[in-house]
Ligand binder design. Structure first.
Ligand SMILES: *Cc1c(COP(=O)(O)O)cnc(C)c1O
Length: 438
């Protein structure tokens, strides 16, 4: 008798699929079985044993059972890694109900943003603050509420693209704002801004270059100069800081740049930035500055479309509490930045001993990590890594292990950079490497 593809009902009734049926539900399992059979037909298979088909179904069930967004060990050496969710989050998780828009004192409706606004104002020393879903939304809202139908001046050296989808000129067009390019790519002078001002000008916008650096024959007016030009001519001065910084990064060996607080002191009406880049918290767009500038944003219809979720607000409040307490190292990213180089070396040596005892030829090498996320381009953080033979099959096994470990290829080796690995993950990392290389 000619063997054919097993019938759907026979597969579904098979005891081996009992647990899968309970986990997925009968309808999803039926669909999945049909898909497996369809794939076989598409491959031109006319017959397959019941065993073979069951095996394929089970493999697909296992794939579906994997967590959708698994926690990973970041051994890439990129601290703010966009593909790995930017900043590592505090363990705070929201579950159940929270008093999100409810005043416990009055027993009536409260204001969703009030608690984080108060913390932001205290930390940044400003009158007002607003939180939206991300920095791109913050800029869109600011432009739409304050400059629609008018002009905004931006230096040609600051017309940035971020991550392929945030392009400053396109955001401005989307907000209904006319972009007026000022100066040259490498040099923009105060006089260029002055010449470009017109009765249609709403604001001067300074944009953090974020993911690239201009060096050589370059010039940009200071924020103080731009603020006083704006004041003198009656236009606004805003700074899109994106990544930037809020505390002095020189103590971690990174270059000095203006902080949000310094930009506000310099006279910026509003500074906007990313919650997950600059603050190392959850994804959010934050605007801090003058009440008069921010109030119209609160009334704007777009605002509802970019309202942050409760989980974000809870995480943001916890992050701000650490900064307000003067303890940035309570925030996971700063914990990673603050880890002394000698400690990284000790940890690497200890891991090497464990791995070599398991017969894995691991070496300890000094290397360079980066802050990442389009911040501090060209700057590096000293670090140590375990160097392993670069073998695509084993790298894949590491990535697909539990927990997944993501390293980086460099100089023909697989480096597991410890700068973004938390010390308490070392044991898990060693065990994952042993499993993948055995
Ligand atoms: C990253 C960045 C943005 C976009 O921020 P998201 O929070 O990713 O939307 C905008 N402007 C600048 C200057 C940035 O660095």
């Amino acid at each position: 008798m000619e063997a054919r593809l097993p019938a759907v009902h026979r597969l579904l009734a098979h005891p081996r699929l009992q647990t899968a049926r309970e986990k997925l539900g009968p309808e999803s399992l039926r669909q999945l079985v049909r898909e497996v059979l369809q794939d076989l037909r598409r491959q031109g298979r006319r017959h397959a044993s019941l065993e073979d088909v069951l095996y394929s179904v089970e493999a697909r069930v296992a794939e579906l059972a994997r967590p959708s967004y698994p926690a990973v060990i970041n051994a890439t050496g990129v601290l703010i890694h966009t593909n790995l969710g930017r900043a590592p989050l505090l363990p705070q998780q929201v579950s159940g109900y929270v008093a999100l828009e409810f005043s416990l004192a009055e027993g009536c409706r409260g204001e969703r943003l009030a608690p984080v606004r108060e913390k932001l104002c205290r930390y940044f020393g400003c009158e007002d603050a607003l939180v939206v879903t991300n920095n791109a939304a913050a800029l869109l809202l600011l432009l739409a509420a304050r400059a629609r139908g008018r002009q905004v001046l931006v230096s040609r050296g600051e017309l940035i693209e971020i991550g392929g989808s945030f392009r400053l000129p396109e955001i401005m067009a989307e907000a209904g704002v006319e972009l007026v390019e000022v100066g040259c790519t490498n040099r923009t002078h105060l006089a260029d801004y002055r010449r470009a001002l017109s009765p249609q000008t709403a604001a001067i916008l300074q944009v953090h270059r974020s993911n690239f650096a201009l060096t050589g024959f370059v010039a940009t007016p200071t924020p103080q100069e731009l603020a006083s030009l704006a004041r003198e001519t009656g236009v606004s001065f805003w700074v899109d800081q994106g990544s930037g910084c809020h505390l002095d990064l020189t103590r971690f060996g990174l270059a000095k740049e203006a902080t949000v607080q310094e930009l506000l002191t310099a006279g910026a009406e509003v500074v906007l930035f990313s919650g997950d880049k600059l603050l190392a918290g959850p994804q959010a767009g934050i605007l801090v500055g003058k009440r008069q500038t921010l109030e119209p944003l609160r009334q704007h219809p777009l605002r509802r479309a970019v309202r942050p979720d409760k989980g974000v607000l809870v995480g943001l409040a916890a992050t701000l509490d650490a900064y307000l307490a003067g303890q940035p190292e309570r925030v996971p990213l700063y914990q990673l930045l603050a880890e002394p180089l000698v400690r990284l070396r000790q940890r690497a040596l200890r891991l090497r001993r464990t791995l070599q005892a398991a017969g894995i030829p691991a070496q300890v090498v000094p290397c360079h990590a980066v802050l990442g996320g389009g911040t501090t381009p060209g700057e590096v953080l000293p670090s140590y890594a375990l160097a392993l033979p670069d073998d695509p099959a084993r790298s894949r096994a590491l990535r697909q292990g539990e927990p997944p470990v993501i390293g980086r290829q460099e100089r023909g080796q697989l480096l597991l950079d410890l700068r973004a690995v938390f010390p308490e993950q070392d044991k898990l990392l060693a065990a994952a490497v042993v499993r993948a290389f055995r």
